[in-house]
Every structure is written in structure tokens, then in C-alpha cells.
Design a protein around this ligand. Structure first.
Ligand SMILES: Cc1ncc(COP(=O)(O)O)c(C=O)c1O
Length: 462
């Protein structure tokens, strides 16, 4: 079927009826196929890489279709529903705005916006004095890009150079893609901004990066300076980190990040973190950068910022956030009252209902269990990455070749067994349940994941 790599041929699968999962039909559901077909015919195919499930309802850590099936969700709809699907606080806050009704105000002020921003600033580290509210994550990284360059101009830099990293990803608009790495995805642009520089990423499989991360950075930056002739003090305005590298939940060594931040601040550059996947409690801290013990100047957030509606935001100091003139940075739907109400309720749920604590505490058990799992499949499960309630399982063949098709197969079979995971299209399976998941549900999901990996590996070995 057009538009997706997963089979759309309904097949008989074993029926499942456990405490948290129910599979009662063929999969994909036969009645869903004509509906999916209609979507594929009328919507751009760029949207169609996901598992063939039509979601009807989702609550806490479970997803339901209209035909009686129910899955444990280990995707959080790709890092969005951190506070759980249909979190009651968020639903209540949205109902209150709906019932007024107050659906849109453009940039006219609302109490929802005043209260959300106030709560956000009070509950984030003190260097974040102001916020920009936006709708998409890619707008947030574009905004940080613009602020870093405007700040560079203000302090008299010759160029607005931005340091970025190999393998990182920041969104799908022009500036975000230029800062991102993926050369294929940015072929359409036709040029590379000569003031955006990519440094090598300290992957765990690079022995030199692991044995001396600071030296690894020093060699990278010295090579960049030698190759381009830039003078960091005059030509670099900022550095953009993806807090962990998305596809594989790969964190940098702490000393590496600290060396980059020290270098940046010594050269009057702003430090921005793209917290799209790592923010709002996912890693067991409010923001993922907190694991590195550094103080960024700008944070770009989205996804889990409202656990539901389209909310993205940038946080920074007053002096940086007030650089753009009135009207030169906002977008039509940014700061919408519905989104602001959801944003405040989400943050309250994460902080006041202990969901970040749950991510930290359950995260320890989650990762211990995954480490044990890795030992069972030493020839294929090459790395487990992540912290808190995010993990990536990286699969390589015994001779080190990436096994992307094995991951497709695992994701598909897990769907048939009542578990949804993040399918990356690469040699990784990502696990990111809502932070509200219970221990029992997490354990049930992990049991299924372990058995499914075992079955898929046995199949390729047979
Ligand atoms: C690390 C990172 N940055 C930026 C983005 C872009 O966010 P959005 O899709 O909301 O524009 C994403 C989305 O997947 C992301 O994972």
C-alpha cells in the first residue's frame, strides 16, 4: 500500500487479554484498511511512516482503537504525552477554556497566557527570565538560531557562526535543517550556510571520544578553526546542542558538554539546548541538560511542553529574549489560550503530581531491566542508551552492521502483541512511555518487548 513500509495485509494474530493489553482482531484491523487508504490518497506521503493503527481513544499509558484492541504505549506519541494521554488536569483546564468559550485571541493577552508564563518562569532555573511561546518545535529552534545571531551582532561579532553537531536534528524548516546534520534531508536547500559548523559527535563507540572527551572536543574545534580560518571570538555567536541525539537517545559525555560550554562562554557565544525530546521530565529531570551540570542561555522546547496541544517555547534571559522588536517574533497560533491552559496544567502535573519523580525512580528500574536484556542478546543488541523513561535499543549484526530491518520487524510484531514503540526507520527501537506509567504496566510491556526481540532474532538466525 502506498505511503508506508509496514504491511497492510490483515493477518490472524494470537488473541491477547491481559490487565493492560487486548488484541481481539486480525492486525492491521481489516476495517481500518480502506480508511487508511483514503488518507494515503489525499494526504502528503511524508506523513505516512507509522504503524497501521487508527487511534480512537488514549488514556494514561494505553491506546485504544474502535475495534476493541488496546495497546500499552511506549511512544508517548513520540515524546509528547509525558503527563499521560488525556491527563485529567489537562482535560479539566481545556474544558474550562472551551466552556467560556475562548478559543483564540492571536497575540491579545489572556489570563491563561499570563498564568502559564508566570508558572513556567517561577518553576524553571533563574537564568530563564522570559519565554517566547510558539507552536512547533522547529519554530523554537529557528527562534534560538535567530536570537544567537542577533546577540552576536549586538556584541559586534563579524559573523553569526553557530556550532552544531554531527548526527543532531532540530526540525524541518530551513534554519533548523541547516543546523541539523542529515545531508540527505537538506539536499533540497541547495546550499550550506558557511557560518554553520558541525563538530564530530562523541558517540559511545568512538574510543577516542570516550577515553578523553575534552581532548576529543579540543581536536574537533582546532580542526574546524584550521579548516575554515575562523576566529571563534569574532566569528562564532552560539552553539546548539540536541540534548541527546534523538534517533538513539545518545547522550554526550558530561565533560564534553562542559568543555563546549566553557569554550562558548569564553568566546561570548550563547549556548542553546534543543530539549524537544528530553524536556519536561522525560529523563527524570525537568530538562535533560541538567544531567550535564551546565547553565545554558537558551532552551528550545516543544513536544511534551503541553502533553497534548501544539505548544513550543524558548526560554532565556531578559536581555536576549528582548532582542527582537515588537512584532518580529511570534506566530499566529502561538500563546493560544487553549494551549496555555494545557501548558500550565501539564507542568503542574509533572511537578505537583510527582511525574518527574516517577520518571527518575521508575527510570532506574527500567534501565536496569534493559541492561539485563542486553546481556541476553549480546550479538545483536549492541547498545542501550538513554536516561529516566527514555531508552534506545541499538541493534547491530555480530560484524557491526546496523540492523534497521530487524527493528522494523520488532516494532511490527510488538504492535501485534499489544505494545507500541517508537519506530525510527534506523537501527534503533525507542522506548518512551508516558511518565505516568505504573510499575506493573511497564513490567508487562518490557516482558513483551524482551520476548519479541528473542523471537525476531531467532527468526533471522534460522
Ligand atoms: C530534537 C528535535 N528538535 C526539533 C524537532 C522539531 O519539532 P516539531 O516537529 O514540533 O517541529 C523535533 C521533532 O521531532 C525533535 O525531535
Amino acid at each position: 500500500m502506498a505511503g508506508t513500509g509496514f504491511s497492510h495485509q490483515p493477518v490472524d494474530v494470537p488473541k491477547i487479554d491481559t490487565r493492560f493489553r487486548k488484541i481481539v482482531t486480525k492486525l492491521p484491523v481489516p476495517e481500518s484498511i480502506p480508511l487508511l487508504q483514503r488518507l494515503y490518497e489525499t494526504e502528503s506521503r511524508a506523513m505516512h511512516g507509522q504503524l497501521p493503527i487508527i487511534w480512537d481513544r488514549a488514556e494514561n499509558f494505553q491506546v485504544f482503537d474502535a475495534w476493541g484492541n488496546c495497546w500499552i504505549d511506549f511512544s508517548s506519541t513520540i515524546f509528547v504525552t509525558n503527563a499521560g494521554h488525556g491527563n485529567p488536569r489537562i482535560v479539566k483546564a481545556l474544558r474550562a477554556v472551551l466552556d467560556k468559550p475562548l478559543l483564540h485571541t492571536y497575540t491579545f493577552a489572556t489570563t491563561e497566557r499570563i498564568e502559564f508564563i508566570d508558572y513556567l518562569i517561577k518553576n524553571t532555573p533563574k537564568q530563564f527570565e522570559k519565554a517566547f511561546l510558539l507552536s512547533a518545535g522547529t519554530e523554537a529552534t529557528e527562534c534560538a538560531f535567530k536570537l544567537m545571531r542577533m546577540h552576536g551582532q549586538k556584541v559586534g561579532k563579524r559573523h553569526g557562526g553557530i556550532l552544531c553537531f554531527e548526527g543532531n536534528w532540530h526540525g524541518r524548516t530551513l534554519g533548523a535543517q541547516l543546523m541539523g546534520w542529515n545531508p540527505k534531508q537538506k539536499e533540497w536547500i541547495g546550499f550550506q550556510d558557511e557560518n554553520i559548523h558541525h563538530l564530530p559527535f562523541p558517540y559511545p563507540w568512538r574510543k577516542d571520544a570516550m577515553s578523553d572527551p575534552v581532548e576529543y572536543f579540543r581536536i574537533g574545534i582546532e580542526k574546524l578553526v584550521a579548516d575554515t580560518g575562523i576566529d571563534p571570538k569574532r566569528d562564532l555567536s552560539g552553539v546548539m546542542f540536541e540534548t541527546f541525539q534523538g534517533w538513539g537517545a545518545v547522550f554526550y559525555p558530561k565533560e564534553f558538554v562542559q568543555a563546549v560550554v566553557e569554550f562558548a562562554h569564553a568566546n561570548e557565544m550563547l549556548v542553546a539546548f534543543d530539549e524537544m525530546q528530553s524536556g519536561f521530565g522525560r529523563t527524570g529531570e525537568l530538562f535533560g541538560y541538567m544531567h550535564y551540570d551546565v547553565e545554558p542561555d537558551l532552551l528550545c522546547c516543544g513536544k511534551g511542553a503541553a502533553s497534548s496541544l501544539p505548544l513550543a517555547l524558548v526560554l532565556g534571559s531578559q536581555k536576549v529574549m528582548d532582542l527582537p522588536d515588537i512584532g518580529s517574533m511570534s506566530s499566529t497560533h502561538s500563546a493560544n489560550p487553549m494551549v496555555c491552559a494545557a501548558g500550565k496544567a501539564n507542568l503542574q502535573a509533572l511537578i505537583e503530581d510527582g511525574l518527574i519523580d516517577n520518571a527518575r525512580d521508575l527510570g532506574v528500574i527500567f534501565h536496569a531491566r534493559l541492561q539485563t536484556m542486553q546481556k541476553k542478546f549480546p550479538n545483536h543488541l549492541a547498545y542501550i542508551q538513554g536516561k529516566g523513561l527514555v531508552a534506545a535499543l541499538l541493534f547491530n549484526s555480530p560484524d557491526g552492521k546496523p540492523l534497521a530491518s530487524l527493528c522494523d520487524h520488532i516494532a511490527e510484531l510488538l504492535m501485534c502483541r499489544g505494545v507500541i514503540v517508537v519506530h525510527t526507520g534506523r537501527e534503533s527501537i525507542k522506548l518512551a512511555p508516558p511518565l505516568s506509567i505504573s510499575r506493573d504496566a511497564m513490567d508487562e510491556g518490557l516482558d513483551v518487548i524482551e520476548q519479541t526481540i528473542a523471537d525476531c532474532i531467532a527468526e533471522i538466525n534460522s
